[in-house]
Design a protein around this ligand. Structure first.
Ligand SMILES: [Ca+2]
Length: 439
């Protein structure tokens, strides 16, 4: 319990408060008797009508940066320059305000992988230390044997040149078999609570990780910035919630609710409302329903990884809607808030902008804009740019209020996203936003 709350129960404290009120009464009484009575001017209260709003795209999108390969995360530094990383090369690139690209760091190249490759240098985020000065950059990295979180000092000089130093590994051993190249999750973010949050996948091991609280894979993690376990985590481990197949996006809305995107197998992708200690059901459930295996080509790991450029796998057909008798109603498993078929979704990054969740989708090749109407209350999702840019990995709010998108058409799995590859891929594309007001 915080100290400030304890002192309220202190008898001495209460006596001081009572005495102060008495004194205040005496002074105000003596003061009043010396004043001539005057009628104060009464003004009617000003009632400000605040209309709620959400955002949608407007205007013509423009290419800002071209020729990247499988960029995974884009974030803005305090001086308005941006960092972007490349999944396979391990490069961390700086984009200056005049859109010049330079290399500021390198983690390591992604581990060898023939197809359905999803690991490498994935999420990035940064935080200031408790004194508010020094910055640290956190990077999610796949190695041959595990997934891990790196922490660097993030330094800048007077000329605005950024550099990385003092690399440490603060979380390691997130389970991953050397043969499995999929379902690494990989998004990291600093939450409103100042902790480091990590979204993970089952590393291709299904229930043996996602339903086991002793495993890190198949979870969402909540981590102190030095890699230690926060005292108020649910089970004295880094694990905050379980039961995930592959989550690559998270965002907090203005009510403090945490939302995550998840790739389903072949039938249902999910948007989840993340809460402490809950189990989100994979592989018992996919979406709202009991998970049923769909026969696929051998080695095909599912919706987020369909199709390679050179040797596309057959597109799975979407099964009939399951009947209600296979709805998962077991209260041990928390159902998603929204579901989509993977052809309409397979969404990776998600960001929150002015009462709107903006989800960037790979196979769906679009952005979903989802209005936040209230506390735990979402409006009807609206789709934009379907087929315009191919696969989209993440949308990030820029300091000027526009949205920067990163494509993922060179990640080895183009093909099925309508729009396909562009000769300039991978790109950073700027989209302007406008507010839509409603009562
Ligand atoms: Ca689920």
């Amino acid at each position: 319990m915080p100290k400030a709350v304890k002192t309220r129960k202190d008898p001495l404290f209460e006596f001081v408060i009572v005495f102060a009120i008495m004194l205040g009464g005496v002074f105000s009484f003596s003061s009043d008797t010396q004043q001539v009575e005057a009628k104060p001017e009464v003004k009617p209260p000003v009632v400000e009508v605040v209309k709620r709003s959400y955002v949608v795209p407007t205007g013509k999108p423009e290419n800002l940066v071209t020729g990247l390969k499988a960029p995974w995360e884009l974030l803005f530094l305090p001086d308005g320059q941006a960092l972007v990383d490349e999944r396979d090369s391990g490069s961390i690139l700086l984009i200056s305000k005049d859109l010049k690209v330079s290399k500021v760091g390198f983690t390591r190249a992604a581990p060898p992988c023939e197809k359905f490759c999803e690991g490498g240098t994935l999420g990035m985020t940064y935080a200031a230390d408790r004194l508010g000065g020094k910055l640290s950059l956190f990077v999610f990295l796949t190695t041959l044997n595990d997934n891990r979180i790196l922490k660097y000092d993030l330094n800048t000089d007077d000329a605005g040149v950024w550099s990385l130093a003092n690399k440490r590994v603060i979380v390691k051993g997130i389970e991953r078999s050397g043969k499995s190249t999929t379902h690494n999750g990989g998004r990291i973010a600093i939450g409103p609570d100042g902790k480091l949050w990590v979204t993970l996948g089952d590393s291709g091991m299904r229930g043996s990780t996602s339903q086991n609280w002793n495993k890190l894979a198949g979870s969402v993690l909540r981590v102190n910035l030095d890699g230690s376990v926060p005292e108020d985590n649910p089970r004295n481990s880094l694990v905050w919630a379980k039961g995930f197949r592959d989550t690559q996006g998270m965002a907090w809305d203005e009510f403090g609710n945490m939302w995550t995107t998840e790739f389903g197998q072949d039938t249902w992708d999910e948007l989840n409302l993340l809460e402490k200690g809950k189990n989100y059901g994979w592989p018992i459930a996919e979406g709202l329903y009991k998970f049923v295996e769909t026969p696929l080509e051998p080695g095909n790991p599912g919706s987020d990884a369909q199709g390679t450029d050179k040797n596309p796998a057959p597109k799975p057909t979407i099964p009939e809607m399951p009947s209600k008798d296979v709805l998962v109603t077991d209260s041990r498993y928390t159902p998603p808030i929204l579901t989509w078929h993977p052809s309409e979704a397979a969404c990776s990054g998600i960001t929150h902008v002015q009462s709107t969740l903006i989800s960037a989708c790979l196979r769906g090749g679009k952005l979903w804009f989802i209005p936040v109407l209230g506390d735990k209350k979402l409006g009807e999702p609206q789709e934009f740019f379907k087929g315009s840019f191919g696969r989209l990995r993440k949308a990030t709010l820029a300091p000027d209020g526009s949205l920067w998108l990163i494509t993922s058409n060179r990640d080895g799995r183009g093909g099925w996203s309508s729009g396909g590859e562009n000769a300039l891929d991978d790109r950073i594309i700027r989209v302007k936003l406008k507010n839509v007001y409603y009562d």
